[in-house]
Design a protein around this ligand. Structure first.
Ligand code: KIV
Length: 263
């Protein structure tokens, strides 16, 4: 049985942080499931899988198709699916309708949306209708165009007090956890102390109740710019490159397929 929301909430201030990664496809979800408390079907899939420049072009259908692939392939982790840009900002009613569609069509456990105090009414509206919501504050990738880039938060007093009021607002609205992205170290510590729901950090230091990375980043599959906070636990791009070069050589020399691989 997959980890349920109450299990995640109970990990606030636990001795071991929550282990979270992104997953978008069945084979990867199957491998990661037993290692993770939360698997996020993140809208980062727009860049990682579809070669988009940012997450703004990701659709509801994309999130639902990948969400379903992941829920079909897992039985341990709590599965959270991102609400894509444009699916929740216009009104709380539309946000609920789209959150319900994601839950109904993927059987995931929760949805995630970006925003703090500005989204608290929407979060409350969805949660009051029994859909668990993970919030996402700090650096919000869906704001990349309006912000003119991916900007680290918490560098001055105004930014720190906005982060603290955002964290409190999403907690009061009923979010069961909150992703904190791209903040300087002591801010994550203050945020984690200020609220009673688990904080999941990405580029936000070890002072969070859990950590998340984009799986393709930590596996060394993405050749473009790697952010400072990403540790590469493997270098799969090199492995794949080597395997493809070997295959190419063997096909061209007719050494593959030999009799071992022939009926
Ligand atoms: O879309 C995503 O992968 C995310 C993580 C970076 C938290 O939101």
């Amino acid at each position: 049985m997959n980890k349920i929301i109450s299990h995640i909430k109970a990990q606030k201030n636990a001795s071991q942080p929550l282990v979270c990664l992104t997953a978008y496809t069945s084979p990867i979800a199957k491998i990661l499931d037993k290692h993770c408390d939360i698997l996020l079907v993140g809208d980062s899939l727009g860049m990682v899988l579809y070669g988009m420049e940012n997450t703004l072009g990701v659709s509801m259908d994309m999130m639902i198709n990948h969400g379903l692939a992941v829920t079909r392939s897992t039985n341990n982790a709590c599965i959270v699916v991102d609400m894509p840009y444009g699916s929740y900002e216009r009104s709380k009613e539309e946000a609920y309708k789209n959150a319900k569609r994601i839950i109904d069509e993927t059987s995931c456990h929760a949805v995630k949306l970006e925003g703090g105090a500005d989204m608290s009414e929407t979060i409350a509206y969805i949660v009051e209708r029994y859909i668990p919501v993970m919030a996402h504050i700090g650096l919000q990738p869906q704001s990349v165009v309006i912000e003119g880039g991916y900007k680290v938060k918490g560098r001055d007093d105004a930014s720190i007090s906005k982060l603290i009021s955002d964290a409190k607002a999403v907690e009061n609205a009923g979010a069961f956890s909150v992703v904190i992205e791209g903040t300087i170290e002591n801010v994550a510590r203050d945020l984690s102390k200020a609220i009673n729901i688990p904080t999941i950090g990405i580029g936000a230091s070890a002072d969070c109740d859990g950590q998340i990375l984009v799986t393709d980043d930590m596996l060394g599959l993405l050749s473009d710019h790697t952010p400072k906070f990403v540790k590469k636990y493997a270098n799969l791009a090199t492995e794949i490159d080597k395997a493809a070069a070997n295959y190419s050589k063997e096909v061209k020399s007719r050494t593959f397929p030999n009799e071992d691989y022939t009926y």
